[in-house]
Design a protein. Structure first.
Ligand SMILES: Cc1cc2nc3c(=O)[nH]c(=O)nc-3n(C[C@H](O)[C@H](O)[C@H](O)COP(=O)(O)OP(=O)(O)OC[C@H]3O[C@@H](n4cnc5c(N)ncnc54)[C@H](O)[C@@H]3O)c2cc1C
Length: 439
């Protein structure tokens, strides 16, 4: 029997005392299911909050084989514990890339499906599950079921973005992107305020990748001052390429290191680093997609109490006004977010409770300090007023009533759970907090 230990995910909040048990085969997992009364599966713990925390977690990290690679058909079949980092290493030298990738490659394929992750290309390519053709799942009975858009489609749609509550994703087949080099042609554009950056997003809506960094301490005429980065896969690499060294934050920094003034200085330097309004460069895939991965353990920067990533989406119509209100509330509060990232979502047609909807999504990091949760409750009201919702995989604190009122399809999701997971075996700290598996 494994010993209990403190389990946390990327935000280091909350911290749960639990037991983590690994599986490497179907039989291992069946055995674990039989021996325990309930559990949740955990990938690499890169969700920020409590989606993959529970008193008992089954770790998929050792269930990590690539099972089939079809270069002609541009598809791959792998076990759910394979990481995106391993896939990038395998695929890029063969001329392929992930169809959709989040801002870190240290996640598993199972985690990508369960959160139905999005990248900088949602407006063009949709979310990760858009590219999944078929998967297999182990139910709480130990039975393995295949699902796809045509076979057991209710289970498929509930599992995409279903936060591990339908069963354990075992294998996934998904489509790949062909690439000609391991570089991205990047264009960076400075925007003086929110109106300008939204106009730029519109102007570059055909760009495959787009993302904006926002200085969320600006007010008035410069509210929403940002840098928009757009990118396309390069057809040829530049003549010489330098690999960048990884830095690491060796221990938790004291909580006071990140405050309004340090964030202000960082934002000033970051915005003014680029002198021209528009700058072009050719950057490595890693630098474009995973800039934060170059600083190992960067989450320690927020101190031992941890931090919350607050990511919401607002529908396209209400987006501009809603973003203005949220950014004003943040600037007025003086709670600068070190990281503030704005993306555009296109239409979303996969997943019953997948997070994306056509509109704008903003992700902000806040260190846990006194008054933070009351402040985020205020932001929740703005998000709800404008018809938006929060991303489950980043959440660690929203209330069950707020969740239920913003995820209108929860009734449909629960109907599928009654069919495929009637015993309520799969439970996380988050699903209990949000009453997600309650009939
Ligand atoms: C620096 C950083 C940047 C990020 N950027 C983005 C981004 O741009 N876009 C985005 O969408 N997300 C982003 N994320 C969030 C991350 O992509 C998701 O939280 C992802 O689900 C983490 O995968 P994981 O393997 O670590 O899973 P975990 O964090 O361990 O678990 C996440 C959820 O997946 C479930 N799960 C995991 N494996 C399985 C399985 N085999 N079967 C069933 N359920 C399973 C868990 O139960 C849990 O509900 C980012 C995270 C970090 C740390």
């Amino acid at each position: 029997m494994a010993a209990k230990k403190e389990l946390t995910n990327w935000g280091n909040f909350p911290s749960i005392e639990g037991v983590s048990m690994s599986f490497r085969s179907n039989d291992d997992l069946r055995y674990l299911i039989n021996k325990n009364t309930n559990a949740i599966v955990r990938g690499l713990g890169r969700c920020y909050g409590d989606s993959s925390l529970a008193a008992t977690v089954f770790s998929s990290a050792g269930f990590n084989k690539i099972l089939d690679f079809d270069a002609a058909g541009a598809t791959i079949l792998c076990q759910s514990g394979v990481s995106f980092a391993d896939l990038v290493d395998f695929l890029v030298p063969r001329g392929f890339f992930l169809p959709v990738t989040p801002g870190t490659k240290y996640i598993t394929v199972g985690g990508a499906v369960a959160s139905d992750v999005h990248g900088k290309n949602h407006h063009v390519d949709g979310s990760f599950c858009n590219h999944v053709s078929e998967m297999s799942l182990m139910l709480d009975s130990g039975q393995i079921v295949i699902c796809s858009r045509v076979q057991n489609s209710d289970l498929f749609q509930a599992t995409c973005g279903g936060m591990g509550l339908t069963g354990v994703i075992m294998t996934v087949r998904f489509g790949l992107k062909r690439i000609a080099s391991d570089h991205i042609e990047q264009v960076s554009l400075k925007a003086q305020n929110l109106d300008e950056v939204l106009q730029l997003f519109e102007q570059y809506r055909r760009a495959t990748y787009s993302v904006a960094w926002i200085d969320c301490l600006q007010k008035g005429k410069t509210l929403g001052r940002s840098i928009l980065m757009v990118g396309e896969h390069a057809s040829t690499p530049p003549p010489t390429t330098n690999r960048t060294q990884k830095l690491s934050i060796p221990f938790f920094l004291p909580g006071w290191v990140l405050n309004k003034w340090s964030v202000k200085i960082f934002n000033f330097l970051y915005f003014h680093k680029q002198i021209r309004k528009k700058a072009k460069s050719k950057v490595r895939l890693d630098a474009f997609f995973y800039p934060l991965d170059s600083i190992l353990h960067w989450n320690r920067m927020y101190g031992k109490k941890g931090f919350v990533q607050y990511q919401f989406v607002l529908p396209i119509g209400a987006g501009k006004e809603g973003l203005r209100e949220v950014l004003t509330a943040i600037a007025d509060s003086g709670r600068g977010s070190f990281l503030a990232v704005l993306k555009v979502f296109g239409k979303q047609d996969t997943g019953i409770i997948s997070f994306p909807m056509e509109g704008y999504t903003l992700a902000l990091d806040f260190p846990i300090q006194s008054g933070l949760f009351e402040f985020l409750d205020q932001l929740d009201l703005l998000v709800k007023k404008h018809g938006g919702r929060l991303y489950l995989t980043k959440d660690s604190r929203m209330s069950a009533s707020f969740f239920e009122s913003t995820y209108e399809t929860m009734g449909e999701f629960k109907t599928v759970l009654r069919r495929w997971a009637p015993l309520g075996y799969w439970q996380s700290h988050q699903s209990n907090r949000l009453a997600m598996t309650k009939p």
